[in-house]
Design a protein around this ligand. Structure first.
Ligand SMILES: Cc1ncc(COP(=O)(O)O)c(C=O)c1O
Length: 376
C-alpha cells in the first residue's frame, strides 16, 4: 500500500470548534448572522488590534468590498503586488479599475518599496495617481510596511492590506499586518493557517467605511421596515455555523504559528544544502511560515524545481510551485508592470513544501528524504 498523501496545508481542528458549532445548532442560529458571527468579529478585531471587523464568505469578497467603500471604480488605477494569488487582483477588475503590477524584492518576496515609489512618481507626473495600493503579505510574512506606509503617505494614496496568507504575522515596531493600512483583509480558506472551510474578514478602524461594507454585504438593504435599495449590494456574509469554527480556530492561532515555524526550522536545518535557499525573513518582523518556500538552483543542487515537485508527487506529497506572477498570467499580460524579473525567477525556481501545523515528524521526514535523494 502506498504512503498516505501529505498535503501542503490541510485544516487542523482543535477541541472547541465543535462546541461553538453545537451552540449554533442548539440555539437555532443556523443563519448567515448570529452570536458566533458577532463574537468572531469582536474576537478577531481584538486579536488584530483594530476597531472593527466584518466576517464575510471569502477574502475575495472582503477585498471587493474594500475597493467599493473606498470609492474605487471605472478608470481608476490600483497598484498591486505582482507575486501573488490571482484573488489579490481580480477584485480590481470587478470594480472596473485597472491593476498596475509592482514586483517583489528578493529580501522578502513582497512588494519592492523602490518599485512602488517609481510607480507612484510616474503616476504623479502623468496626473494619474492610483486610488489605492494593495500590498500582499506573501506566504505568511508581512511586507516592509514601515517603508511602504511612508511612501504611500507621501503621495496620499491609501493602502489596502491583503493579509489573506498572513494571519499571525508580526512586525517588531508596528501593529499587526492587516491593521496598518486604511483597510485590511484575511482569508479562512481551507488551506490557510486557520480556516472556517471558506470565509474572510475585512478589518479597519473607520466605522463609517466598515458600516458601509457591512451594508453592501447584505444586499445593501436600507434601514427601513420594507426592502429598499439605493445601491447595488451583494450576498457576502459568513454563516453563524462557520463563524463558530472560526472562533475555535482563532483561539489557537499563536500555537499554530509556533508549530509552522518549527516545521520551517526543521526543513532549514535538514535541508541545509547548496543550491536550496529558503524565503528570507525580513528584519522587520516575524514570519508565520504559513508555507515553507524555497528556491532550487539546479546547477548547484543537481535537480530542478520541477524534478523536485515531480519526485514529491511520485512519493504522494503535495508540493506546489511558487505563485505564477500576475504579469505572466494570460488575463493580465497587458497590464502595466514595474519590474517583473524577481518574481519570474521565484516562479521558475521556487517551491512550497508541506507546512501544515498537523504535519507529523514522520511525514516531514518523508518530505525531507524525498528531497535529499535528488541531490547530486
Ligand atoms: C494572497 C491571497 N489573496 C486573496 C486570497 C483570497 O481569499 P479567499 O480564497 O478567501 O477568497 C487568497 C487565498 O485564497 C490569497 O492567498
Amino acid at each position: 500500500m502506498s504512503d498516505q498523501r501529505i498535503y501542503l496545508s490541510p485544516p487542523h481542528l482543535g477541541e472547541r470548534e465543535k462546541m461553538f458549532v453545537e451552540q449554533a445548532f442548539q440555539s437555532n442560529w443556523i443563519a448567515p448572522l448570529g452570536p458566533n458571527v458577532d463574537a468572531f468579529e469582536a474576537e478577531f478585531a481584538d486579536y488584530i488590534g483594530v476597531n472593527h471587523a466584518l466576517a464575510l464568505c471569502s477574502g475575495t469578497a472582503a477585498m471587493h468590498l474594500a475597493l467599493l467603500v473606498l470609492g474605487i471604480g471605472k478608470g481608476d488605477r490600483v497598484l498591486v503586488s505582482n507575486l501573488t494569488f490571482v484573488a489579490s487582483v481580480n477584485p480590481i477588475m470587478y470594480v472596473g479599475a485597472e491593476p498596475v503590477l509592482i514586483d517583489c524584492e528578493k529580501e522578502s518576496w513582497n512588494m519592492d518599496p523602490n518599485l512602488l515609489e517609481d510607480a507612484l512618481s510616474d503616476g504623479e507626473k502623468e496626473g494619474n495617481l492610483p486610488k489605492a495600493v494593495v500590498v500582499v503579505h506573501l506566504y505568511g510574512q508581512s511586507a516592509n510596511m514601515a517603508e511602504i506606509i511612508q511612501i504611500c503617505d507621501r503621495f496620499g494614496v491609501p493602502i489596502i492590506e491583503d493579509a489573506a496568507e498572513a494571519l499571525g504575522a508580526r512586525l517588531h515596531d508596528l501593529a499587526k499586518p492587516g491593521a496598518l493600512g486604511r483597510m485590511g483583509f484575511f482569508s479562512f480558506n481551507g488551506n490557510k493557517i486557520i480556516t472556517t472551510s471558506g470565509g474572510g474578514m475585512l478589518v479597519c478602524d473607520d466605522k463609517i467605511l466598515l458600516d458601509h461594507a457591512r451594508k453592501l454585504s447584505t444586499q445593501a438593504r436600507e434601514p427601513v421596515p420594507y426592502y429598499e435599495h439605493t445601491e447595488i449590494g451583494f450576498n457576502y456574509r459568513l454563516s453563524n455555523i462557520l463563524a463558530g469554527v472560526g472562533r475555535g480556530q482563532l483561539e489557537l492561532i499563536d500555537q499554530r504559528v509556533d508549530r509552522r515555524r518549527d516545521v520551517f526550522d526543521r526543513y532549514r536545518r535538514e535541508l541545509d544544502i547548496e543550491g536550496l535557499d529558503f524565503q528570507p525573513e525580513g528584519a522587520w518582523g516575524i514570519h508565520t511560515r504559513w508555507l515553507t518556500c524555497l528556491t532550487v538552483n539546479e546547477a548547484a543542487f543537481g535537480s530542478s524545481r520541477e524534478e523536485m515537485r515531480l519526485a514529491c508527487e511520485d512519493a504522494n506529497i503535495e508540493a506546489r510551485p511558487v505563485w505564477k506572477p500576475m504579469h505572466l498570467q494570460p488575463i493580465y499580460e497587458k497590464a502595466i508592470v514595474f519590474g517583473g524579473q524577481v518574481s519570474e525567477h521565484l516562479f521558475n525556481t521556487g517551491i512550497c513544501l508541506p507546512s501544515g501545523s498537523s504535519l507529523t515528524e514522520h511525514d516531514q521526514t518523508r518530505v525531507i528524504e524525498t528531497i535529499k535523494r535528488l541531490q547530486k
